[in-house]
Write a new protein. Sequence first.
Length: 163
Amino acid sequence: MLLKNHALERSLERSTGRLYGTFGWISGAIVTACGMAPVPPALSTSLESFCFMQSPTGQWVNLDRLCNPTRPASSTMEEAAKMQVRRLSYNGENLQGEVVNQTGHLVKRFTINYTIVDRNGKEINTSFITQQGSFQPGTTLPFATTRSRPGASAKITSVEWVY
């Protein structure tokens, strides 16, 4: 059975503005049994579970190096969606917002990666904000930073954290 990862698809589309295809976690033996488009054996070093992407054109892309082989990609990405940024504002110099911990775990440190772009959409700078402490499940923590290189808008590219 193909387990589609809609959380990953939505996250990529939201952050990049593009739909990249279908993501999933699958067993190599199931691909043949389901009559799906054949996955070239070279895509994975083993025919057990592997992480892949199928583009809208039907091309298979190996994402093994991006996935944690001990944990299905679907659960990893669903958990990533639970660490959300909201109330994001940027006035050309000051970036601020809130991070909501919906992971169900105590977070010791989080990093928000972001990009600043000019009025033409050209990337000016990529940077990050890191905060440490005891970030309890279900809590909201504000963040703020001042940029030395002003821009027209800011976009969060990812949120990382350590339990």
